[in-house]
Design a protein around this ligand. Sequence first.
Ligand code: AHM
Ligand code: MG
Length: 328
Amino acid sequence: EKSRIALPVGSNLDRFIMKNQEAFPYASGELSQLIRDLAYAGKVVNREINRAGLADITGAYGNENVQGEEQQNLDVAANIRFTRALKKGGEVAAIISEEDEEIIDLNNPRSKYIVAIDPLDGSSNIDVNVSIGTIFSVYRRISPQGSPIQTEDVLQPGSAQVAAGYILYGSSTMFVYTTGKGVNGFTYEPSLGEYILSHQNMKMPKDGKVYSINEGSYYSFEPHVRDYVEACKKRGFSARYIGSLVADFHRNLLKGGIYIYPSTEKAPNGKLRLMYECNALAMIAEQAGGKATDGKQRILDIQPTDLHQRVPFYVGSTKMVKEATEEA
Ligand code: AHM
Ligand code: MG
């Protein structure tokens, strides 16, 4: 088909994006530029994360960044990096972020895209040197370019995403994204400063033997979730829970498995946020042949009512998600 991208593994992200764009002769290149801006900010954040262990020491020597800002917590710093890159890039009209209560209108009059982002997810893992991630969704704005941003521009269901992805800051840093034509993964090569295509057309195994859920909350799960956890144990499945959504998701994408953040007594809608945590991973999962629901309906079909709303989240290998939600 026309949209198939033929580029060998080992190509870099920029070339890949360019080829991708050529597959759509009328595309103006704005979405491509937006993806490049996100990838670039990811490099900057990656550099800061890699130095995190030295932050206090360098801080003691009065280290300030190039803008003369005092050192901040990394999640705040990451939010600044992504917001700045998207503002300067000029392709994004507004951002919603885990780090900001309200919509950030970037006052880019000619831009037609909206970005929802969790700049640094799993941030409790930073201090203990465990993988963390960035999660992003891209939407087309509904109101006309140049007018003030409306709530309807940002409260769109996940099915309206035009692109989604994540950056995993792990033992390697990876940029994984989709524009609705499959999922591709790029590994960052720090000595070149480039993301290299390492995982072409990623497919999630239909079934798996890994379950990821915070079992410490077992007694506050609903009965069907407890039953599913018991069933996993009886079958001798492996429990793997990093407590860093992107890392848990990424492993399950490659190896097969399920991630669940269910509703609990304390948190009836679970913990994770629909707009900048669940929707993006749901799109990636589906594009890779997996499945994502809130236990009742497809994540991508949920009509959001609040920027920061939470949903229970079941995502991963199709067969496992069906079993866990009693669809099977
Ligand atoms: P955060 O947005 O405050 O970082 O929380 C999200 C994180 C996910 O990465 C992770 O899967 C989950 O919270 C872990 O939560 P818990 O410790 O309750 O299991
Ligand atoms: Mg988060």
